[in-house]
Write a protein that binds this ligand. Structure first.
Ligand SMILES: Cc1ncc(COP(=O)(O)O)c(C=O)c1O
Length: 407
């Protein structure tokens, strides 16, 4: 029945599948016997979803009209102002900066692929990447290619990016590069300031050919868990004064930073030196929104705008979140220490929700772990652990178990 482009499509979500196995095991053996490292959300030590108390309270006190009413297609004006302020902090780049509300960071990724690559083009990202990048490309009739995320020493492989980017630019006019940093899913990696500088220089080189159109999409879904607030945002200052054919789009998400996962509150924020490119960004993406999801939930926008507009409230939310950032940091510290002791290879985790362990036999390793009541996600190149979701008391001993399963 489906048309040819949709025939045979099935959503085989490995993360959902792995979580399902953990849930079944919990029902069978009891919660305390199971470690479920599949969930990409912060859980407390009782394995309940963490919702920042201030966000929770604000939700419950919203008037019905703010909960149920439409928002403008591109978002409430004070929300757009808020996401720009919250995303950049003190590192707002110079140039034309515009925001458009999207349903989570996902909507920002979707619109960027749709608007800035041609149908049939190949979009580029790191070889460790969040699965929906691929399905979003395919759904939009694009392809996804990858370059090596890491050098053998564990740094960002700028040489691989240079080679793959140049290769694609011999075949297509537009290049969309998706980079998830800081606190990358699935590895917890963040580009250093020097790596960022080299990346921006490389893209400026690509843009020296004025017939090309380069779009850098920076997926900052985990920004607020990456470390000190202003230090982790400093790289955004590098986006000032770029060539007119090099557009930066920041993918903002309130899902993790404000624990509003299901409220579908995000934004795409464009930075450009060109007024024409800025106007085009607003016009074409407004139409892209109108033609897909129409508008985004008003409630989440209202809450973020209120938080941004009130210094005390913002400080309160930041303090609540910081407690959980430190909790994740502590869980990760114990795991990484034990991994070193057990001789378990890990990717260069710096911060965030996930730690990944490289292996060419991820399915086998995960099956062995499942048999010992430890549930993780098998990826193409390794095993992903959602350290954000593992209660502190269940972290000790995990690394040794995994090291044994790797043998
Ligand atoms: C790397 C990455 N980018 C973007 C998102 C988007 O999340 P949302 O659409 O809920 O904002 C996620 C969510 O898991 C993610 O892991």
């Amino acid at each position: 029945m489906a048309a040819s482009h949709a025939t045979g499509k099935v959503a085989t979500d490995k993360i959902f599948g792995a979580n399902q196995l953990a849930v079944e095991a919990m029902q069978k053996h009891g919660r305390d016997k199971i470690t479920n490292a599949t969930i990409g959300a912060i859980l407390d030590d009782n394995e309940a979803l963490v919702v920042l108390p201030t966000v929770d309270k604000m939700f419950r006190s919203l008037p019905a009209a703010e909960l149920a009413g439409y928002a403008p297609i591109t978002g409430l004006p004070d929300y757009k102002e808020a996401v720009i302020g919250l995303a950049f902090g003190n590192s707002r780049p110079e140039g034309y900066v515009n925001a458009i509300a999207t349903p989570g960071g996902s909507g920002a990724i979707r619109n960027t692929i749709w608007t800035y690559s041609e149908v049939g083009d190949t979009v580029l990202t790191t070889d460790w990447f969040w699965g929906p990048y691929q399905t979003m490309c395919e759904e939009s009739l694009r392809k996804l290619a990858v370059f090596n995320t890491f050098t053998p020493e564990g740094g960002f492989d700028i040489g691989s990016l240079a080679a793959k980017g140049a290769e694609l630019l011999t075949k297509q006019r537009s290049l969309v590069l998706l980079l998830n940093t800081p606190a990358h899913n699935p590895t917890g990696f963040s580009l250093s300031r020097e790596e960022w500088k080299k990346t921006v220089d490389l893209l400026v080189d690509f843009a020296a050919d004025k017939s090309k159109r380069i779009t850098l999409f920076v997926d900052v879904a985990y920004l607020d868990y990456a470390g000190e607030k202003e230090t982790t945002r400093e790289f955004m200052g590098l986006f000032s004064g770029l060539p007119e054919n090099l557009l930066v789009v920041i993918g903002f998400s309130a899902s993790k930073g404000y624990t509003m996962y299901g409220v579908r509150t995000g934004a795409m924020i464009a930075v450009t030196a060109s007024k024409a490119v800025a106007n085009e960004f607003v016009n074409t993406n407004e139409l892209a929104c109108r033609s897909t999801w129409s508008n985004c939930p008003r409630s989440g926008q209202k809450i973020l705008a209120s938080i941004y507009g009130d210094k005390d409230l913002r400080a309160q939310v930041e303090a609540e979140r910081e407690q959980w950032r430190l909790t994740i940091e502590q869980r990760a510290k114990i795991f990484m220490q034990e991994a070193r002791e057990a001789g378990l290879a890990t990717l260069p985790y710096k911060a965030g929700f996930f730690i990944s362990l490289p292996t060419t036999a991820a399915d086998t390793v995960v099956a062995k772990l499942n048999a010992q009541n430890l549930f993780a996600v098998a990826l193409a190149k390794g095993v992903r652990l959602a350290i954000c979701a593992i209660p502190g008391q269940k972290v000790p001993g995990m690394a040794a178990k995994i090291a044994a399963a790797m043998k």
